[in-house]
Write a protein that binds this ligand. Sequence first.
Ligand SMILES: C[S@@+](CC[C@H](N)C(=O)[O-])C[C@H]1O[C@@H](n2cnc3c(N)ncnc32)[C@H](O)[C@@H]1O
Length: 356
Amino acid sequence: MLDPWNGSGTTTLAANTLGHSVVGLDRNPVASVVAQLRCKVPMNVEPIRFSSLRIRASARTQNDPLNYWFDDITTARIRAWTSHLEHASPSNRTMGLVAAFRAVRSLTKYFEGSNPTWVKRASENEERLCFTHSEIDEAFFSEQVFLASRLSSVPRTSASVSLLTADSAALPLATNSIDIIVTSPPYLTRIDYAVAYARELAVLGIDVFSEKTLRKALMGTTLTRQASMTPSLLGPMAEALLSDISQHESKASSSYYMKQAKQYLNDLNSGLRESARVSKPGAEMHLVVQDSYYKDVLVPLAEICIEEAKRYGWELQEHEMFPVKRLLTTLNTSARAYKKGDVSESVITFTRRKHD
Ligand SMILES: C[S@@+](CC[C@H](N)C(=O)[O-])C[C@H]1O[C@@H](n2cnc3c(N)ncnc32)[C@H](O)[C@@H]1O
């Protein structure tokens, strides 16, 4: 079973618990670490203490992305923890990193606003947070204890689990090798997943604010790449959506917003094409997608997925629709200016055509 947009690994964990060999892939390295913890770390892993840890006087915190939220002393202590984890066992390293994600997130709540997918940064030195070594050590230890207690209720099977940091547009998998895909791609809702995980990525040493490679690579990103200027190979429904967006009266619709939507649709298309390539003839694909709105223009993502997937040899078996009550896009106050209808979430089942 494959999930090419694996997130924290809910699908891969469920399939593996049922005894299936699974491959979960995500372009965001934070997702792979969380999925490793959920799917691979054994039940009996013991939390580790770093009370004996000595921080080298030369520990550098300059240019450390944790400095966006913490002062130098606190940053040095957190970095000492993550460096120490590099020498721990793979299970302790994974659990330690997820504990660090959780601890850093809870210590930086001050920088969260009403939008759960955006985090502010300290605007000046005085705003950077300061914690004592023992406060940091305690936060990291208690998060490990919490994670270990959650792990103990998860049964493990002997079926293989492979969790990869890679791009859904270029799957590092053999042609005709997958029996079933269960997945949910990012939607066209302009959520910047890299910024949403800026603090966890900072723990891994990745600065999403100054180094834009990851931000640009993620599907649905609000940043546009040069490559999106290449002519698209989209079907009529996707092209009609792009035309509706570009003709919208609001500012930048025909420039930035059209380009961003086109980039998203091209990425979706590449993911569906790659999913077809790696699947065996007769394989199943189950997609969960949600429609949305651009201003007052409906984004019929389920119908677009059906049309695009068919072009790569996926035959539609079933399309079930469920009403969606609360939308993430309505958190954006400027988006509320337009009247929108109800949208639905779809579960779409395909099979891979036996003969091309
Ligand atoms: C909607 S979330 C998936 C949620 C997941 N199915 C779960 O239940 O936890 C979409 C995921 O796609 C990932 N993603 C975005 N662009 C990607 C790309 N180009 N290749 C692979 N994964 C990507 C994001 O990092 C995010 O974790």
